[in-house]
Structures are given as C-alpha cells and as structure tokens.
Design a protein around this ligand. Structure first.
Ligand SMILES: [Mg+2]
Length: 312
C-alpha cells in the first residue's frame, strides 16, 4: 500500500504556538502507527503545518490525531493535495457563520414572538420536529408583518463575523467562487451576497401579499419553493461546482449547524465553524478561533501570503 501525503495543521486560538507544544505534538505524531513527520512549516506564529506520509486510512488517522489532548488549539488533518490551496468554490452557511446572529431570532424579537419561536427551536433541538416542520411553524408566527420596515430593520442589525470580509476578499482574488446557502430568508442572504460580493445566494423565500386594508406588503406566514435544508445545501453545492466548472475536490463547505453536514460530506472539505460539539465531531475539521480569516491557514496560506492577498 502506498503512503499518501497528509498535512496536519495546528492553529492556536490566541497566543503563539509554543516550542514546547510543537515538540510534544511532533513526538505524538511520530509515535502514531506507520507514520513519520518528514517536514514542518510555520504558517504564522499561531499556525503550524506538519507533513507526513501514512499508509493508514485518513479517517483512522484523524480519529487518533483528534484524540490529542489540547486546549485552545485546533488540529486539522487533511490530504495534502494541490486542492488544499487551490479552491474553486467555498460555500458558507449564513446564520452563526457569515454573521453572528440567527436571523429568525432577530425577526422574532421584531415581531415580539421570541418565546413562541424559542419553544419551537427547543422542540427542533430535541428532534421532535425536523427542519422543515420547525421552519414552517416559525414562519407561520410571522404572518401579517409589514415587509418594508422589517427587512430594513433586520439588515441594519446583521453583524458580520470577524475575518469574513478578509477571507471572502482574499479568496475572490485567487479566482475562487463564493456562495451563501442559508436556511434563513432571501432578503438577508441576498443582502450579504451584495455586501461581501459573493457570486451566489440561496435561501428560503418568504411569501408576501398585499394587506387587505392598507395595501402594504405583508408576510403571508409561509415560504414558497424548495426549503433550503441540509439536502438542498449539498445538492446546490454540487450543482454550483458543475456550473462553475470546478472539481468537487476544490470545494469547501463552512458552517456551524447540523444542516451543514450533508454539504460538508459531499464537498472536497468542510469546516465546522464554532459549532455545537456534535457538529464538530461529525465534520471534516473544526475551527473554534475568533476569526474566520484563520481558514486561510487550513488552506495552507502563510501570514505573508495572506497579507499579499489582502493588499488593496
Ligand atoms: Mg448556521
């Protein structure tokens, strides 16, 4: 069996990676079955690559390496191919990924139905409702809200996650296509697409109608068209790869939720961004730092290369 090239990246959440950590982690890697590190490289004082060849299956290797006890450092294991750096398409989830908030919660607060929405969210988390049912129930609470003020007020409140403008700008410069696939709603996904100059947005479409008395546009309390759930995200990612004519190996899904896992599974790689423990465990890798710009380290960029990409 031939040994395949693997790269393992350690990314510290805040401080520089210590020499002590680097040496101990190297010793740990060298003790793993049938593997030895043949090269190391600092991407940054906070991020370090270890290159090795292993005849073990990468999933088996991952399981061993992800056991390494460490605090405030993310360890990422991936195949070391040209596609680590050469990204053709990066797809982002929106709520709690591109932005800090969950849009449905902002709308619920606006419509003063937070308690009802929270109750539905809890039932969904206890698996009493699937995503489609919980979406339908939550949207039904929004019936009658005037869209003009709602959309503007919510857009004003959206807070872009640290590092997102830099990551998207830099990736775009490399020629990578960028998309947002959101289980939220089109007015906000399209707004983020415009703000961050992404290539594509898909989200749920809120049905609207004219209010019988005032004639103003109001929400009908349901969505129209296909619901953007986990399966839809996975399917759309593959369709976009085909449309942009990029190899699936060069695609990445970045998200925080269980409904981002199917797209991570079909993509070339997946990043669980500050996700729930269950999502972190099932995703190809996790990143729990303060800035999504750190995804550049996962893609093998050094601090100098990142600075160059971000120049004007
Ligand atoms: Mg999310």
């Amino acid at each position: 069996m031939t040994a395949s090239p693997i790269v393992i990246t350690a990314i510290s959440h805040g401080k520089e990676l210590t020499k002590n950590f680097q040496q101990e982690f190297l010793n740990f890697l060298n003790k793993l079955n049938e593997s030895s590190v043949d090269e190391e490289r600092a991407l940054s004082p906070r991020a370090h690559d270890f290159y090795l060849r292993s005849s073990s299956n990468i999933e088996v290797l991952k399981n061993s390496i992800y056991q390494y006890p460490v605090e405030d450092v993310d360890i990422i294991v991936q195949a070391n191919t040209e596609y680590r750096k050469k990204k053709g398409l990066v797809v982002f989830d929106m709520d709690s990924t591109l932005i800090y908030q969950e849009v449905i919660e902002l709308i619920a607060a606006y419509a003063q139905v937070e308690d009802q929405v929270a109750e539905i969210t809890n039932r969904a988390m206890n698996n009493e409702l699937d995503f489609k049912q919980s979406l339908a129930e939550r949207v039904s609470l929004l019936k009658g809200i005037k869209t003009a003020t709602l959309y503007d007020e919510i857009k004003d409140k959206l807070k872009v996650t640290e590092g997102v403008p830099e990551l998207t700008k830099g990736l775009k410069k490399t020629g990578c296509k960028l998309a947002v696939l959101s289980g939220g709603f089109t007015p906000f996904a399209n707004f983020m697409k415009d703000t961050l100059q992404l290539d594509f947005a898909r989200a749920n479409v809120l049905a609207t109608e004219a209010d019988a008395t005032s004639g103003e546009t109001i929400l009908s309390g349901y969505t129209v068209g296909d619901v953007v759930d986990g399966e839809c995200k996975a399917k759309t990612l593959l369709e976009l790869a085909e449309e942009y004519n990029v190899p699936v190996e060069s695609t990445v899904m970045v998200g925080d939720g269980g409904n981002d896992l199917p797209a991570m599974a079909v993509a070339g790689f997946g990043i669980a961004w500050n996700a729930k423990p269950k999502v972190q465990a099932a995703a190809p890798c996790k990143l729990n730092t303060n800035s999504l710009q750190d995804a550049f380290y996962i893609f093998g960029y050094t601090d100098n290369e990142i600075a160059e990409l971000l120049e004007n």
